[in-house]
Design a protein around this ligand. Structure first.
Ligand SMILES: [Zn+2]
Ligand SMILES: [Zn+2]
Length: 119
């Protein structure tokens, strides 16, 4: 394959934007990605930025769910254990704690399952 702009020169790679072959004179690196020099640098840069943002977004969402899982699970266990241990003395009030605890554990499970989607 030869350079799109210099048919007599061998290409060293493809522009990320237009997929044309580029020789060492026409190619330039934008964020470690090949682009047509003075032609598609801007477009490739935008493309790379967009890809980076997408990766960051999904990472952030995944760790958010993991954090929620840990939070809900620990508070849920506290409420459940407290409710279960106090049920003889507090009666209905302890049942309410127990229900809150189980609801939190359920939320933890839901967050855990959600976080698995992003792996
Ligand atoms: Zn190009
Ligand atoms: Zn060239």
């Amino acid at each position: 394959m030869n350079c799109y702009y210099h048919p007599d020169k061998p290409a060293i790679g493809l522009c990320k934007h237009c997929q044309r072959g580029l020789c060492s004179d026409c190619a330039t690196l934008v964020d470690d990605v090949l682009a047509c020099k003075d032609r598609h640098e801007e477009q490739v840069h935008e493309f790379v930025e967009l890809t980076k943002q997408n990766i960051l977004k999904s990472k952030r969402t995944s760790s958010d769910y993991v954090r929620n899982t840990i939070f809900y699970a620990s508070v849920g266990v506290l409420f459940t254990v407290f409710g279960a241990s106090q049920i003889k003395w507090l009666g209905l009030q302890a049942v309410v704690y127990l229900i809150i605890g189980l609801a939190l554990l359920w939320a933890a499970l839901a967050n855990y399952l959600e976080s698995r989607k992003y792996k």
